[in-house]
Design a protein around this ligand. Structure first.
Ligand SMILES: O=C(O)c1ccccc1NCC(=O)[C@H](O)[C@H](O)COP(=O)(O)O
Length: 267
């Protein structure tokens, strides 16, 4: 197996080790005492479904396993505020340090700054991380089918909903359709094959057609032109998770703004 073939396995191993330490340091009962536990979450479903919404989920992403360093200087509070002002329907902030270079303060400064839904982009392998996400002020969590059984996916989604958050379930292929459950609010289809990092939007379009009709479909990864987003929208996607295309620019916010202007004009 090449380094690329087992990237998710590597990330999962790292997460299990991290979570074991975090549980010792801050048990769940302490997480539940955090201020954010009392806050009412913004709804991604509402934000994305609003009349004329861009559907863009703009991501703060410093680096990635597929691209290395994307932006080593951007300031999270500035970028996410610009994303909000540009018309993003939601902001996503990666919180993994080892593989994505996130700093502990990235998510906190986004939470302080934003008045739109905020997705915690993390590799969730333990229910502890769901309570942690709530304590951090997440509105939405990501569950990745490829690293969870359908039953764990359902249990985790139930906990998130019980805590007032929404759930974005990420799928990669048809075999993962069995992970969709009644607690899932949005289904993301990753255009990126995590084995070889190739991007294939046609595969995502085919998979999206097999989802329950009323499910909000989110196209994820490798979206780099308004034309591709317009095509995905015509094929039933309502939301578009984009990181690199914005973050690789000197001004991610300005790039996001002109991108959104173009796709909204075409709705
Ligand atoms: O981005 C990667 O290289 C990656 C590798 C392994 C697991 C996950 C990965 N990305 C996480 C994401 O979901 C993306 O950050 C997100 O969809 C935005 O993608 P992009 O617009 O291509 O930056």
């Amino acid at each position: 197996m090449s380094a690329k073939q087992n990237i998710l396995d590597k990330i999962v191993q790292q997460k299990l080790a991290e979570v074991a330490v975090q549980k010792e340091q801050t048990p769940i009962f302490q997480l539940m005492e955090c201020e954010n536990f009392k806050r009412k979450c913004y709804s991604a479903k509402e934000s994305i479904s609003k009349q004329g919404a861009s559907g863009v989920i703009a991501e703060f992403k410093r680096q990635s396993p597929s691209k290395g360093v994307i932006n080593g200087t951007a300031k999270p509070a500035d970028v996410v505020k610009d994303y909000e002002e540009a018309g993003a329907s939601m902001v996503s902030v990666l919180t993994d340090e080892k593989f994505f270079g996130a700093k502990a303060s990235d998510f906190a400064s986004a939470r302080e700054t934003l008045n739109i839904p905020l997705l915690r982009k993390e590799f969730i392998v333990d229910s502890y991380q769901i309570y942690q996400s709530k304590a951090m002020g997440a509105d939405v969590i990501l569950l990745i089918a490829a690293i969870l059984t359908p039953q764990r996916c359902k249990d985790f989604a139930f906990i998130a909903k019980d805590l007032g958050m929404e759930v974005l379930l990420e799928l990669h292929d048809d075999a993962e359709l069995k992970h969709v459950n009644k607690f899932v609010d949005l289904v993301g289809i990753n255009n990126r094959n995590l084995k070889d990092f190739s991007v294939d939007t046609e595969r995502s379009i085919r998979l999206a057609k097999r989802l329950p009709e009323d499910m909000i479909r989110v196209a994820e990864s490798g979206l780099d032109s308004p034309e591709v987003v317009k095509d995905m929208r015509e094929n039933g996607f309502q939301a578009f998770l984009m990181g690199e295309h914005f973050m690789k620019m000197d001004s991610p916010g300005d790039t996001c703004k002109s991108f959104i202007k173009e796709i909204v004009a075409a709705i």
